[in-house]
Design a protein around this ligand. Structure first.
Ligand SMILES: *[C@@H]1O[C@H](CO)[C@@H](O)[C@H](O)[C@H]1NC(C)=O
Ligand SMILES: *[C@@H]1O[C@H](CO)[C@@H](O)[C@H](O)[C@H]1NC(C)=O
Length: 413
């Protein structure tokens, strides 16, 4: 497959001659999005702590800034569906629900910006959003302008209630144009490839969008994570080739810290999303998250791998005894060899840490001077390893081990 880093990067440049040129999301976006954890709870009388309201987003902004998330790279605070009023205003502009957002969206964006964060919002290309609020169809330009005036930095654009769905590609190119015309830097997160399925035109996704969903919404369970992983395994060749700086596949939110994943499963999700160069968008209550889950979200080795500037989406190298071995080339390159992240993810549930024995050469890691190895979820300690060394990992059931391997310079030349 990849012969030389230089040739590989050159070929990416040619492939993406028509990529969206807004200078944004050159590494996978990182942030927080309300949907998976908070859904469409609009009853603030009964659920004042959890309802979709300006108070919820201000509380999350406070936590992102004060508890280390922003410092780790999580910078976008994004509202999902259910922030809108049921009607546009008298001038045809979108407006938020007046009870739940009494200060307005501009004031909320200002609050978020004052914390050093960026602000994201949600709309839908169709006649209505998925939850039934006013959609953008026939109002794309005025909505793009409204978002820019409010200080929006990121737009998640859904694809519910669109007929015919063949219109989506052209519609998203049009919206990308209107966003560009505002002059404001706005990351454009699309969902049309998910709705279009096998018919999705990924050239358009690359041209119009900084990131795009290609599969079902994540839910709070390990089964949901494995469904997404299996979909990516089945489409690996297609997805790996369309990802790169400024244009990413989005397998959906990190559900780490909620109710459905164990600690090991959380490490597995963080490992896979990091190897995939997936957007790292948390959806968890940052007011109540337990420390051990927070530590996974903030794991600096995983984030470094995810944010690698080459932006190569890792691939499934092999599966041994039902342990998936995922490999992602990363910087630095040394004499024609990449450095790497290797993720060992267990699909096993037979009750004990499974021992895998291998040589790095088995996975295509051939640097003759070897690598400096860091075991991401264990410690910051490093060890020297060679391509031909016999190595072992122990992978817990439905868990993962994530290795960062920095290529050594050839000595004595
Ligand atoms: C708009 O598009 C042009 C040309 O593709 C690009 O140079 C410019 O940076 C874009 N502006 C914004 C705000 O995205
Ligand atoms: C996909 O979109 C590109 C760019 O707009 C276009 O040139 C191409 O014909 C489209 N492919 C299909 C199969 O429609």
């Amino acid at each position: 497959m990849v012969e030389s880093p230089v040739l590989f990067i050159l070929s990416l440049c040619i492939l993406y001659a028509n990529a969206l040129d807004n200078g944004l999301a050159l590494t996978p976006p990182m942030g927080w999005l309300h949907w998976e954890r908070f859904r469409c709870e609009t009853d603030c009388r009964q659920f004042p702590f959890d309802c979709i309201s300006e108070e919820l987003f201000k509380a999350m902004a406070d936590k992102m800034a004060s508890d280390g998330y922003l410092d780790a790279g999580y910078e976008y605070l994004i509202m999902d569906d259910c922030w809108l009023a049921m009607e546009r205003d008298s001038e045809g502009r979108l407006q938020p629900d007046p009870d739940r957002f009494p200060s307005g969206i501009k004031a909320l964006a200002d609050y978020v910006h004052a914390k050093g964060l960026k602000f994201g919002i949600y709309e839908d290309y169709g006649t209505k959003t998925c939850a039934g609020y006013p959609g953008s169809l026939n109002n794309l330009e005025i909505d793009a302008q409204t978002f820019a005036e409010w200080g929006v930095d990121y737009l998640k654009f859904d694809g519910c209630n669109v007929t015919p769905d063949e219109s989506m590609e052209a519609g998203h190119l049009e919206m990308a144009g209107y966003l560009n015309e505002t002059g404001r830097e706005i990351v454009f997160s699309c969902e049309f490839p998910l709705y279009r399925g096998n018919k999705a035109n990924y050239s358009v996704a690359i041209e119009a969008c900084n990131l795009w969903r290609n599969y079902n919404d994540i839910e709070d369970s390990w089964i949901s994570v494995t469904n997404i992983v299996n979909h990516y395994k089945q489409n690996g060749d297609k997805y790996v080739t369309v990802a790169g700086p400024g244009h990413w596949n989005d397998p959906d939110m990190l559900i780490i810290g909620n109710f459905g994943l164990s600690l090991d499963q959380s490490k597995a999700q963080m490992t896979i999303w990091s190897i995939w160069a997936a957007p790292l968008i948390m959806s968890v209550d940052l007011r109540t998250i337990k420390g051990e889950f927070k530590a996974i979200l903030l794991n600096k080795h995983a984030i470094k791998i995810n944010q690698d500037a080459l932006g190569i989406q890792g691939h499934l190298q092999t599966t041994i005894d039902n342990i998936d071995v995922w490999v992602k080339p990363v910087l630095p390159t040394v004499g024609g060899e990449f450095s790497y992240a290797v993720g060992f993810v267990s699909n096993r549930d037979d009750g004990y840490p499974f021992r895998l024995e291998f040589a790095l050469r088995d996975f295509g890691l051939n640097n003759s001077a070897g690598y400096v190895l860091t075991d991401a979820f264990v410690s910051d300690e490093t060890t020297q390893v060679k391509s031909d060394d016999t190595l072992e990992v122990f992978v817990n059931p439905t868990g993962a081990v994530l290795w960062h391997l920095v290529a050594n310079e050839e000595k004595n030349h």
